[in-house]
Design a protein around this ligand. Sequence first.
Ligand SMILES: CC(=O)N[C@H]1[C@@H](OP(=O)(O)O)O[C@H](CO)[C@@H](O)[C@@H]1O
Ligand SMILES: [Mg+2]
Length: 539
Amino acid sequence: MADPIAEVAKKHPAPEGIVYAYGTAGFRTKAEVLDSVMARCGLIAALRSRALGGKSIGVMITASHNPPEDNGVKLVEPLGNMLAEEWEVLSTEMANKATPEDVSAFYREIAERFNIKLSTPAHVVIGRDTRASGARLLSCVLDGVKAAGAEPKDYGFLTTPQLHYMVRCLNTQDTSDAYGTPTEPGYYEKFSEAFKRALGGKKISGSLTVDCANGVGGPKLTELVKYLPPKDQGLEIFVVNDNVIKPESLNVECGADFVKTNQRAPPSSKSGPNDRCCSLDGDADRLVYYFKDSNNMFHLLDGDRIATLVASFLGDLVRHSGLSDILKLGVVQTAYANGAATNYVEQNLKLTVDCTPTGVKHLHHAAAKLDIGVYFEANGHGTVIFSAATLEAIAKHEPRSPAQKESLDVLKACIDLINQSVGDALSDMLLVEVVLAHKNWGPQEWLATYNDLPNRLLKVVVSDRNQFKTTDAERKLVKPDGIQKQIDAEVQKVRQGRSFARASGTEDAVRVYAEAATRAEADDLARKVAEIVKAAGSA
Ligand SMILES: CC(=O)N[C@H]1[C@@H](OP(=O)(O)O)O[C@H](CO)[C@@H](O)[C@@H]1O
Ligand SMILES: [Mg+2]
């Protein structure tokens, strides 16, 4: 009898000599070598669905902020979380099996290991960004899903957070935790309705220009705008860099990664002084704000700024609703957070800060331990999560005054406005607009909350980045021997100095971060630490 698993592996053979790894962002590399990986991810998604009793598992085809010729794939757990770590390992192993027979044998081995009955129904939900390679790679995923006898549901183009939303909605349908309607209109309705409620009659002043990185966020934002209140009562949005007809323009000279890395606006930007601008990345799960002041000077309001803004607002709402005795709010960052942001949260907002290793899953995990956990990476990935007990406490809280009720209503609306399944640039953007409207702030007032320490991020290519081993949430190197002492000695020489080096999880390089009291000191420190890394890496 024909073996459909071996057949599909034969149809999409693995290129020789490539070692694949399911990293922080799933599999991500040149699109031309991803066919076999996609088909096998279809198989793994089917197995994962069966291991969870037939729950829907998500497959997102995207390479986010990478260049247009790249692509990638990420699997999504039933509530919209990132794939369980154990299954990342299985995915990597599956992607690297050499022959169709090996693939088939491993498929059966996984089934046996997890007691999976291969005849049980399985559901796989698929979305993709606008890359030219997406259609071909989708057909590979579908081949895998079908070979495994699972039922695919293809949503076509979606932002990454929309796919996470669909997965969560499908798995919570008809339960008391139903997250929403698992359709695109369902997504727009849910978030636009929450936006209106969260504004609570407050006016938004000025317009917002949104750079969509020429990615999938463009058409989706255009759709969302149709559901928002008319511009005279709500928010005037200008959608720019939304050309998805030319996929080769994706992330080129625009988008959140361009703006954060280069610390400047996209060259095409035509915004005037103090105009609010923001940029999404290629799959719309990253958001950064920025503006030019009246002297034409560029100011970035990155993920740290969004975290501090949102934490301060939610903290106020909790207090004004009369809930501060029972609910504790905290902020989770990575070592890349600016020291001034950390200091502001601890000293001014009087909230706790946790530091985790890089990657959303680590931040999410730490935030899930808090009643209300605000987590953002400096580059703009992030969201706020509320524990089940917190949601219950908020739902049954009886306000003692009209003022308490007003704050409580806004807090409840914010919970609905914040995508609980994953960090979502569109939902985060609406949240920022709500907070600015309530505070009656423009970008200048937001910027004035604290002064960022000048900082520098460098990439150092070494012969084997895996020899760089860290501890203390990646802030200290334990390997190569003796290197941390040398870094510490350089840090001592500058004012307010902080620096660390770690192997990237997504690129073949070691990243060096440095900050200090002045631009010159930060640059100098980064350069010195990069030299230390380079020397140790070539030893
Ligand atoms: C300094 C930095 O921005 N690192 C990024 C980058 O990880 P690295 O492991 O540093 O390559 O890609 C990750 C996935 O998108 C993202 O979560 C993370 O914030
Ligand atoms: Mg992204």
